[in-house]
Design a protein around this ligand. Structure first.
Ligand code: ZN
Length: 215
């Protein structure tokens, strides 16, 4: 694979510095296009947007680089159920041919959560372009027809995550802004399904949001 030499504009702490990047591999170069004014957020492998979550990158084919909330207002959280086990969900979101991924995946048995897409970026999860652009997607391990998958640990962990997202983007904690995939306009998916306990979930989100304080 050929190396090329180029001058690269790097943004650091808001100040633009022109540096000679020297020889870069093609792979490195292809990741630099977003380092331009207007799309100046740095992406560091392994960094996460919320406490307590672990980074496992989705395939870049399953998302679109963006600069949210600067370019798109984030005002929705979309709740999904994976229709698979946790490892399979993580695996398919890493598959460039899968054509979808969400920002977060929550494990049923203990609520452990991985982040697979940065909140800056648009993940392909809602089946609706504008909803993808305006939302954070959270997948929950399980199947819509198996209520036993929806554990207390999963509800609690997901609710804490949603509460932090609502605080960060100033999203009201209500069912207009926290929606099921099935409620996205034009969606042909049924998740999270009839066994997802919205009343319980929303009460946990409200409780967690209250614990984070105002703004
Ligand atoms: Zn879904």
């Amino acid at each position: 694979m050929a190396s090329i030499s180029r001058r690269t504009l790097l943004i650091s702490g808001g100040a633009a510095t022109l540096v000679t990047a020297g020889a870069l591999t093609w792979d490195e170069t292809s990741r630099l296009w977003w380092r331009v004014p207007g799309i100046d957020k740095q992406r560091t492998e392994g960094d996460v947007d919320q406490p307590g979550v672990r980074w496992i990158a989705a395939s870049e084919a399953n998302l679109r680089f963006a600069d949210r909330p600067a370019d798109y207002t984030v005002d929705r959280v979309v709740i999904h159920v994976t229709q698979s086990d946790f490892p399979t969900a993580v695996k398919v979101f890493r598959d460039p041919l899968h054509a979808s991924a969400t920002h977060y995946v929550v494990r049923a048995r203990d609520g452990r959560t991985v982040q697979m897409v940065r909140e800056l970026d648009v993940a392909y999860h809602a089946g609706n372009r504008s909803y993808n652009e305006r939302s954070i997607g959270i997948e929950h391990e399980g199947f819509v027809d198996r209520p036993e998958n929806f554990t207390e640990e999963m509800y609690r962990s997901s609710a804490r995550l949603t509460a932090r997202i609502c605080k960060k983007y100033d999203i009201p904690v209500d069912r207009e802004h926290i929606v099921g995939h099935n409620e996205v306009p034009g969606a042909d998916h049924t998740d999270p399904g009839p066994h997802w306990d919205w009343k319980r979930y929303m009460s946990y989100v409200r409780e967690a949001r209250g614990g984070l304080g105002a703004r």
